[in-house]
Design a protein. Structure first.
Length: 321
């Protein structure tokens, strides 16, 4: 093979590929599946919500956080006299820092994301949607604002996943959702961005777009969603590959002979993607669709919890199953 597929994925069975094109990539089919995806995202977010956010500290806000002992540098007006009356020490009531932060979300819904091999139960775009919707729920519960990149305004309202799903359903014909690269938005300073895609476009195109999004001190996280067959090329003998974007077809007589070269080229592509993320100060996770969706979300939360003062993703680039 010439290298990792970019902007297109492969399917050993041409008939199955045609079914994917006719059903999964169809706007009506996706709209009908959105309620189920929202329900799955809600379930996953509830399962991992015990680890959310981890940015609690004292600061401007209305919500009580904790009592601490009075320090000489504290103003007398900060003393909580009711709490102090029950002790031999003076105590200060601290409030939790509540400055809302905006995280921009984007799922890759391009035709290549409709791929699903015999090794997985879900398509890549279904998994990308679930991850984005579940992340929206978790972020809103943590006090953040969320928005779909290029489509919606930031908000922190309840039922974040449902609201974003409605926005997606209303924009299924929008080129912003069918492109394999996120839209070229200029985001506000210190915003966050979370992108879920297979990131199989040519690396120069990916770097140019991500660099544009990272301008103005924007921090970000990439979740690379891949089908397990895209990592292992588990086919033998004569195999026909059908592109999900365009009408290209290619037949290999002994596809197993190409496996080492293919895996090496995919590894080189991923290394290039990791280098781009590292250069931008972003982080990268690789997630396979045969693995539970909760895994990358848990890793995402851990990175946020250990992040610095400005809530940049910690840990830099790195792969995960």
């Amino acid at each position: 093979m010439a290298g990792p597929p970019h902007a297109s994925s492969f399917k050993a069975d041409g008939k199955a590929a045609a079914q994917i094109l006719g059903l999964e990539a169809d706007a009506h089919g996706l709209a009908e599946s959105l309620p189920d995806l929202v329900a799955e995202a809600m379930r996953i977010s509830l399962n991992v919500s015990h680890g959310i956010h981890g940015r609690r500290r004292a600061g401007p806000g209305e919500t009580f956080w904790q009592f601490r002992q009075y320090q000489p540098a504290d103003a007398a007006t900060l003393v909580d006299w009711r709490r102090s009356a029950s002790s031999d020490h003076l105590f200060v009531r601290e409030r939790e820092w509540e400055a809302a932060h905006t995280v921009w979300l984007w799922p890759d819904l391009s035709p290549s994301m409709a791929f699903k091999s015999h090794l997985a139960k879900v398509t890549k775009h279904d998994r990308a949607l679930i991850l984005i919707l579940a992340a929206a729920e978790l972020l809103v519960r943590g006090g953040e604002r969320v928005a779909l990149l290029g489509l919606t305004r930031p908000n922190a309202s309840r039922n974040a996943a449902r609201r974003l799903a409605e926005a997606i359903a209303g924009n299924l014909g929008n080129p912003l959702l069918s492109s394999s690269l996120p839209p070229p938005e200029r985001l506000t300073r210190t915003s966050g961005i979370l992108l879920a895609s297979d990131f199989l476009d040519p690396l120069p195109q990916i770097e140019a777009r991500l660099s544009e999004l990272a301008a103005n001190n924007v921090f970000g996280h990439l979740i690379q969603v891949l089908d397990p067959a895209e990592e292992s090329l588990p086919y033998d003998g004569r195999t026909e590959f059908t592109a999900l974007e365009g009408s290209d077809k290619w037949t290999a007589d002994r596809v197993e002979s190409l496996r080492p070269q293919y895996i090496a080229k995919l590894a080189a592509h991923r290394a290039g993607l990791e280098a781009i993320a590292h250069k931008l100060g972003w982080s990268l996770l690789t997630h396979r669709t045969d693995r539970p969706a909760a895994e990358p979300l848990l890793s995402l939360i851990m990175r946020m919890q250990s992040g610095g003062k400005d809530y940049r993703w910690s840990g830099g680039a790195g792969g995960a199953p």
